[in-house]
Design a protein around this ligand. Structure first.
Ligand code: FAD
Length: 290
C-alpha cells in the first residue's frame, strides 16, 4: 500500500488528510511551533520546532524524511511556506508539482486554468507533489510526534515586528464577508468589518483590494489566483462576480450578493441578491443582527 505524506506548518489540514487517507497510511511532516495538536493520521514527524531559522530553510530536513521513505505522493497545504517546500521536494524527488489543485482522487487532480475558465484533469500515475487548501483542524486525539532531522539552509530570523492584523484563515472559515471594488475608500471597509463581526465571519476581498490597493493582505483575496473557500455563508459586497473571483467561492453553501448593478454577474451565482448601495445595505444588515 502506498504511503501518503502531508507537509504543513499548521494543524489546519482536514482536506489534505481526507485526500491522503484515500491513498493509504498518512504521515504528517509538521514544521515549526504552530503545527501542534495534529490528529487523525498515522504518524507525525516534527521539524524546526523552537528554531529561529525560517521554515522555508528546512527543505533539506523535509527531503531527508521523504527520500528515506521513498515517498511518491506528497500533499502540501496551499500556504506560502508549504508552497516553497513543495517546489523543493518535487525537484528533489523528481516528481511533478501540481499547484492549486481543487480536488484530488487516486492518481488524478483537478486544477483550475485560464482564470477559472476551464478545469484541467491531470493524472499522475507515478506520483506527485500536490498543493491544495488545508481546511479546518482535524478533530481527535493528538498523535504523539517524533522528531525528524533539523538540517536546514543557512538563514535565521533576526527580528520580528507586528504588522497589523494576523493572518486570515479563509479556508477554515464557516462565514465570510467579501469586499470588492464597490468600496470607495480603505476606511469604508469598516462597514464590512462591522458586518463580519456581527456574523462571526472572516473578512475577505476580491483581488483588486489586495493586489491593486493593498487595503487587505494577499491571504484575504478569493479566486483562481487567491484562496479557494467553501464556507456555509459567503456574502459578496461590491464584487462584480468575474469568473476569476467566483471560481474561488463557488463551493460556498449559501451566497448572498449586494451590488448596485442589477446586471452584475455575481447575481448568477447568488442564492440571495440585494440590488442596492452597499453603504446602505451592509449597515442595515449589521443593525438587524445586533
Ligand atoms: C489571470 C487573472 C487572475 C485573476 N485572479 C483573480 C482572483 O483570484 N480573484 C479575484 O477576485 N479577481 C481575480 N482577477 C481579477 C478579476 O478578473 C476581476 O477584475 C476582479 O475580480 C474584479 O474585482 P471586483 O469585483 O471587486 O471589481 P469590479 O469588477 O470593478 O466590480 C465592482 C462592483 O461593485 C459594484 N458597486 C460599485 N459601487 C457599489 C456600491 N456603492 N454598492 C454596491 N455595489 C457597488 C459595481 O456594480 C461592480 O459590480 C484575475 C484576473 C486575471 C486576468
Amino acid at each position: 500500500m502506498t504511503n501518503a505524506w502531508i507537509i504543513t506548518t499548521s494543524n489546519q489540514i482536514a482536506s489534505l488528510v481526507e485526500a491522503a487517507r484515500a491513498i493509504g497510511p498518512v504521515t504528517v511532516i509538521a514544521l515549526g511551533d504552530e503545527a501542534t495538536g495534529i490528529a487523525g493520521v498515522d504518524r507525525v514527524v516534527t521539524i524546526g520546532r523552537g528554531s529561529n531559522a525560517p521554515l522555508e530553510a528546512f527543505a533539506p530536513a523535509v527531503n531527508a524524511v521523504l527520500e528515506a521513505a521513498g515517498a511518491d505522493i506528497v500533499f502540501a497545504a496551499n500556504r506560502p511556506v508549504e508552497r516553497v517546500l513543495a517546489g523543493a521536494v518535487a525537484a528533489r524527488l523528481g516528481l511533478p508539482l501540481i499547484n492549486g489543485a481543487l480536488r484530488v482522487s487516486a492518481g488524478e487532480a483537478e486544477v483550475s486554468r485560464f482564470g477559472g475558465l476551464t478545469q484541467e484533469s491531470i493524472s499522475f500515475p507515478g506520483g506527485a507533489v500536490v498543493v491544495l487548501e488545508g481546511g479546518a483542524p482535524v478533530e481527535g486525539a493528538e498523535v504523539a510526534p517524533e522528531a525528524g532531522s533539523e538540517e536546514h539552509y543557512g538563514a535565521s530570523v533576526s527580528a520580528v515586528e507586528a504588522a497589523g492584523s494576523g493572518p486570515a484563515n479563509l479556508a477554515a472559515a464557516r462565514r465570510i464577508v467579501a469586499a470588492g471594488r464597490g468600496f470607495k475608500a480603505e476606511e469604508d471597509l469598516q462597514i464590512a468589518r462591522d458586518l463580519a463581526a456581527a456574523l462571526g465571519a472572516e473578512l475577505a476581498c476580491s483581488r483588486p483590494l489586495a493586489e491593486g490597493t493593498a487595503w487587505l493582505s494577499k491571504d484575504r483575496y478569493v479566486g483562481v489566483s487567491g484562496m479557494h473557500v467553501a464556507p456555509d455563508l459567503y456574502l459578496a459586497a461590491g464584487i462584480s462576480g468575474q469568473v476569476q473571483h467566483t471560481s474561488g467561492m463557488s463551493d460556498s453553501k449559501v451566497v448572498v450578493a449586494v451590488n448596485s448593478d442589477a446586471n452584475a454577474p455575481i447575481f448568477e451565482v447568488a442564492d440571495y441578491g440585494i440590488v442596492g448601495d452597499l453603504y446602505d445595505v451592509l449597515p442595515a444588515i449589521t443593525a438587524a443582527l445586533s
